[in-house]
Ligand binder design. Sequence first.
Ligand SMILES: C[S@@+](CC[C@H](N)C(=O)[O-])C[C@H]1O[C@@H](n2cnc3c(N)ncnc32)[C@H](O)[C@@H]1O
Length: 355
Amino acid sequence: MATELDPNAVKMFGFKVWTYKMGEQVSLMVHLGDQLDIYKTMAGRGPMTSDEVADATNLHERFVREWLFGQAAAGLIDHVDGAFELTDVQAAVLADEDDSLSFAAGAFRGGVEPQVIDRILESFQTGIGLTYEEQGPNAAAGLARMTGPWSRLALTDRVLPALDGVVAKLEAGAKVCDIGCGGGVMLSTLAAAFPNSQCVGVDPSAAAIDIARRRGQEQGLSNIEFIQSGGEDIAAGSEYDLVITFDCMHDMAFPDRTAAAIRSAIADDGTWLLKDIRSTGDFDKDMRNPLLAMFYGFSVASCLQSAMSEPGGRGLGTLGLHADAARELTTDAGFTRFEVHDLDDAANLYYEVRI
Ligand SMILES: C[S@@+](CC[C@H](N)C(=O)[O-])C[C@H]1O[C@@H](n2cnc3c(N)ncnc32)[C@H](O)[C@@H]1O
């Protein structure tokens, strides 16, 4: 005989599931607010009526009003005395892309293209995932906006100064290679800050390299070059003073091949700066991260896809390169020094790796 289900337990669990559906809808609304510049327009203006928001954004009031009520219902903007306000705290997360380390609205993309979802479904049958290039035209641009604020704002004043002697070398003129450079935000920031250094970025995604090249040109940088290539193919004997891999080793089908290539391309006193997702290798411990399910979502839809995009791929995925795994990977490649830096980056740890 089937067991009687506790109706309250079913109701509560149903509510939990619907909160994720609400998340899907609110995510789309955040994307709209970002794309329509509504957050940016409301920032710093105090309370506004829907008419005032519509006028200021040049949008249709009826749609704006519905969106505003939805945002207030989600707790993303305030609704007081019939007016709507984006507070300074809310603006730091939703509007201020230039100066706020907490800017998050750029991470919202409005969903995944249906043909990409079909391919993800297929990957569960075939065991072969999609490369970043195959994840659709929005993937590289979206990632650049998601990781951009941290890359631009924390790199030169927080991350690089934590490394032994690296800033002095960059100032004097160093050879730098950014592997898995994506849209090139980080390398452009570095090239602009250290004009004496020569910077090369590599990534197998043509779309990412295209964005990175345009960014370098727009910034008028002459000490930067982007090459479409995998990290495993960087030239041995390049004598790089600094090699950077940001959030990409766990995306590689064969991270060990890239680690070996880095070993053969780095100068004897060079530094490999490896940034990867904060995780422990123990699911129960990782459960302390309240956003853990989101990271697994990133993995199934994107990182694990890439890490399984070739037969026999290691398949590390978003949470797969925790400190112990990173230490093992770099030791196996012939590096002997490994220092962990916790730089108050909620999502990542930084590893300073040397021969
Ligand atoms: C999550 S993105 C990170 C991009 C950039 N480093 C950042 O922090 O924004 C991962 C990148 O790794 C790249 N990638 C995947 N496999 C690679 C490989 N074998 N060699 C180099 N890059 C690779 C992808 O194309 C993608 O651009």
